[in-house]
Design a protein around this ligand. Structure first.
Ligand SMILES: Cc1ncc(COP(=O)(O)OP(=O)(O)O)c(N)n1
Ligand SMILES: Cc1nc(C(=O)O)sc1CCOP(=O)(O)O
Ligand SMILES: [Mg+2]
Length: 214
């Protein structure tokens, strides 16, 4: 499998309820240069999720950008997505791998050192450090922010690619990349920006500049 670029993940914003606006923001993020998209829907029923996932997949294909699905292995299989992101309370990783096969991406949420050590023994492609900072986007089921110190600790003991999530913006991205994260996963700094394409391009530029200086 080719090396996946995890540097800038747009996690879609379920607060954008209008379908056209939702797809417009997604397309702006793709034009701005996100390297991967995660479709995250917590409230849609299965049929609505499936229909949205098909539309999102078509746009991602147009921009040759991989798409992973949050939580739902069934939706990922139904639309032949590139993978899934699962958390501590979602389907066990081993079972997800069995259902998806060896070529799909599996991301797994990690919120402490114990889980990071466990990840070393799981068949996951990346871990999502969650949350790195305080976020207003997700309010339920959230652990304490790990901060840069937490990222540094996890980097020392975990050999799997790392993506940080939670409260990430153009002010703190450089520090996250500098301290060993392979990428950032972002909702509002893209979805709620006045110009999502420009905001994405700026984040990408910060990541490229910081990455080359590492
Ligand atoms: C890249 C990334 N990391 C962590 C998460 C959080 O996943 P999870 O813990 O399953 O929580 P929900 O997103 O399902 O609310 C993520 N989505 N992406
Ligand atoms: C989807 C999600 N999961 C998180 C976790 O820590 O588990 S934080 C988060 C939302 C991140 O949104 P924003 O970029 O707007 O802060
Ligand atoms: Mg989940």
């Amino acid at each position: 499998m080719k090396q996946q670029d995890y540097s800038l993940m747009y996690v879609t914003d379920e607060r954008i309820t209008d379908n056209t606006a939702f797809l417009n923001v997604l397309e702006s993020s793709l034009k701005g240069g996100v390297s991967i998209v995660q479709l995250r829907e917590k409230k849609l029923n299965t049929k609505a999720f499936y229909i949205r996932a098909l539309a999102v997949k078509n746009l991602c294909l147009k921009y040759k950008t991989p798409l992973i699905i949050n939580d739902r292995i069934d939706i990922a299989l139904a639309i032949d997505a590139d993978g899934v992101h699962i958390g501590q309370k979602d389907m066990p990783v081993g079972l997800a791998r069995k259902l998806l096969g060896k070529n799909k991406i599996i991301g797994w949420s990690v919120s402490n050192i114990k889980q990071a050590l466990e990840a070393n023994h799981l068949d996951v492609n990346y871990i999502g450090i969650s949350p790195i900072f305080i976020t207003n986007t997700k309010t339920k089921d959230l652990d304490l922010p790990l901060g840069i110190e937490g990222l540094k600790e996890i980097k020392k003991i975990c050999s799997i690619p790392i993506i940080c999530i939670g409260g990430i913006n153009n002010k703190n991205t450089a520090s996250i990349i500098k301290h060993g994260s392979d990428g950032v996963a972002i909702v509002s700094a893209i979805s709620q920006a006045d110009n999502p394409e420009q905001a994405t391009a700026q984040l990408k530029e910060i990541i490229c500049q910081t990455g080359t200086k590492k």
